[in-house]
Design a protein around this ligand. Structure first.
Ligand SMILES: Nc1ncnc2c1ncn2[C@@H]1O[C@H](COP(=O)(O)OP(=O)(O)OP(=O)(O)O)[C@@H](O)[C@H]1O
Length: 244
């Protein structure tokens, strides 16, 4: 079973104490929302989980393997993948080529033909088959997000972190992203979604983590978290309330 253990993470940027002992566990194919006001530390936490930055102290284990000192490609190999708030694709490569690059880089013994077949399956799932020969730079913002989700699927990670998957996405593509999240989750993957879009987070997540000034102030079912006085307090005075 998938097991992610985050223990007592601290992160300092100079004198700025950005994560103050964050800890939680993910067991099995959970669908988790990670929320918190601007500057709460969500991106910093994600960057630590995927190996982009190292914690000042604390540990992260994935399926028994310590991953907090690994490089991002090693973390991906260990089974954790993420998307970015601002999408990153190879703009001058086609959609199909973009899908195959991460799988090639992983070098997991799949043949080119197997990778190509998998890429076609992924494209079909994302309803992007007709775009396979387009250059990534020709895609809309929402399609770029789908492409990034597709690249993750090619790697087949156990734990997937989606950073703002709904931001700037056309409502039609939103449905595809929702379906993606549900289907990938049903296939046994753990998913952590970071979003400021409360409607989406509340309708999708089974569990919510709330960060505020580097502290995890709530961890539980959305309905309970919504009523938690500490969470209400954290969002008071923040304009995110109105977006909810
Ligand atoms: N590389 C860095 N150097 C210095 N300070 C940083 C760095 N990265 C983040 N910070 C600081 O850490 C704090 C948390 O930022 P972070 O981006 O993790 O928050 P967030 O919850 O993701 O915010 P948002 O919702 O706005 O994306 C902020 O005060 C930010 O200025």
């Amino acid at each position: 079973m998938i097991h992610l253990t985050v223990r007592n993470l601290h992160k300092h940027f100079g004198g700025n104490h950005v994560l103050k002992g964050v800890g939680f566990e993910v067991k099995g194919a959970e669908l988790i929302g990670l929320i918190g006001p601007n500057g709460a530390g969500k991106t910093t936490l994600t960057n630590i989980l995927d190996g982009a930055i190292k914690p000042t102290s604390g540990t992260v284990y994935l399926n028994g393997e310590r991953i907090d000192q690994l490089e991002p490609y090693e973390v991906a190999r260990a089974g954790l993948g993420r998307t970015f708030q601002v999408t990153r694709s190879f703009r001058r490569m086609t959609v199909l080529e973009n899908l195959q690059v991460p799988a090639l880089a992983m070098d997991r013994g799949e043949s080119r033909a197997e990778m190509r077949d998998k890429a076609h399956d992924v494209l079909e799932f994302l309803t992007m088959e007709h775009l396979r020969n387009e250059f990534a730079q020709a895609l809309s913002g929402g399609q770029q997000k789908l492409l990034e989700l597709g690249r993750l699927l090619m790697l087949d990670p156990d734990v997937i972190i989606l950073d703002e998957p709904f931001a700037g996405v056309h409502p039609k593509l939103m449905e595809i992203i929702y379906a993606y999240i549900r289907r990938v989750n049903e296939a046994g993957k753990a998913i952590i979604i970071i979003s400021h879009q409360m409607d989406s987070i509340f309708s999708l997540s089974e569990r919510l983590l709330v960060l505020n000034f580097g502290d995890l102030i709530a961890d539980g079912p959305p309905e309970a978290v919504k009523r938690d006085p500490a969470v209400i307090e954290a969002y008071l005075g923040s304009d995110e309330e109105e977006e909810a």
